[in-house]
Ligand binder design. Structure first.
Ligand SMILES: NC(=O)c1ccc[n+]([C@@H]2O[C@H](COP(=O)([O-])OP(=O)(O)OC[C@H]3O[C@@H](n4cnc5c(N)ncnc54)[C@H](OP(=O)(O)O)[C@@H]3O)[C@@H](O)[C@H]2O)c1
Length: 301
């Protein structure tokens, strides 16, 4: 019997979650699509990696029947909103249908489900949002994540949903770009950038999100939880703080409104989360944006 199965382990969150769960002594089944891209030293008899495509319903069913995890932390998704808009069928298959496969298999072995969701379930008219605010997604990604939330809530199995916002982080094995590294790289190469100043987010360090998920499991906390950073910032403010932290030339930055970009998926304007419930009930304590800068970019030289 395994303590926790994780889907999407090769992703940004997985790179923080798997070592954290390991450090807390859990027996972990890390799953991902295709081969493992995480460091081999994270794996032994306590933490194992298994390849699992969650859109293969029979494979999901037999995997969960064979391994009988107590919890499933379901992080795998098509996470790029524009990709979902371009390929709605593929998006629905991964984000919704596969979630149903996982829920059905979880029911058959009595597993609890912790589903990782997003601020994009909201329309961005009245952020920052509390857990009980009404979702109303404005793009296909948000619709698919909300449909998956509803499948989890209606499943009859013990469930928790953690929603999060604009996740960033750097781990040694992953060179994924985020707003901080994008600003650094552009300004260091003297490239002018345009940054939106009419959106609001509470950006989340991936280590905090991983810890929030761990706290939900440890406390067996049911229901919906908003887990994000605490600083409510526009992307332009994030870019300014990044440039200031690295003493880079801010005259290369121009602030623009979101409607000046033509992207396939509409973005909700003002999201961000009120995280009082997680602070009080889980003891969740996120880092500040400034601490996140140091954790992600290192100390400035
Ligand atoms: N990143 C954010 O800003 C953000 C914000 C709000 C909510 N979230 C939510 O947080 C969760 C984790 O996000 P993340 O940042 O870690 O995303 P990520 O880096 O894009 O990771 C998602 C993972 O899902 C995997 N996946 C996709 N299709 C799959 C399939 N058919 N079978 C198995 N695995 C599959 C991907 O595999 P490959 O690597 O092989 O493609 C990827 O490793 C997601 O549910 C996302 O919706 C993220």
């Amino acid at each position: 019997m395994w303590d926790i199965m994780v889907t999407g382990s090769n992703g940004l969150l997985g790179g923080f979650l798997i070592p954290l769960l390991r450090a807390h002594g859990y027996r972990v089944l890390a799953t991902g699509r295709g081969p493992c891209r995480l460091p081999v030293e994270w794996f032994d008899e306590q933490v194992v990696y298994k390849s699992l495509d969650i859109t293969d319903g029979m494979a999901v069913w037999s995997f969960i029947k064979d391994h009988r995890p107590a919890w499933i932390i379901h992080a795998a998704a098509i996470t790029q909103a524009d990709d979902c808009e371009r390929d709605p069928v593929g998006c629905w298959m991964v984000n919704v249908t596969a979630t149903r496969f996982l829920v059905d298999a979880a029911r058959s072995v009595g597993a609890s489900m912790l589903y990782v969701s997003t601020d994009f379930v909201f329309d961005g008219q009245n952020g920052p949002y509390k857990e009980e605010d009404a979702p109303a997604p404005v793009n296909y990604y948000g619709c698919s994540k909300l449909a998956a939330e509803r499948a989890v809530m209606a499943s009859g199995i013990p469930w928790s949903i953690v929603r999060t916002v604009l996740v960033y982080g750097r781990s040694d094995h992953q060179a994924r770009s985020n707003i901080m590294t994008w600003v650094r790289d552009k300004l260091q190469s003297q490239t002018p950038i345009k940054v939106v100043d009419d959106q609001l987010r509470t950006p989340t360090w991936a280590g905090d999100l991983a810890e929030g998920l761990r706290l939900v499991v440890e406390k067996n906390a049911r229901g919906i939880w908003h887990i994000s950073g605490a600083d409510l910032l526009t992307p332009f403010e994030m870019a300014q703080r990044t440039a200031g932290y690295l003493s880079l030339d801010t005259s290369l930055m121009t602030c623009v409104t979101a409607d000046s970009f033509s992207q396939p998926a509409l973005r909700p304007l003002k999201t961000g989360f009120i995280i009082d419930k997680a602070r009080k009930a889980l003891g969740y304590k996120p880092v500040s944006f400034e601490q996140g800068l140091e954790l992600t970019l290192g100390k400035p030289s």
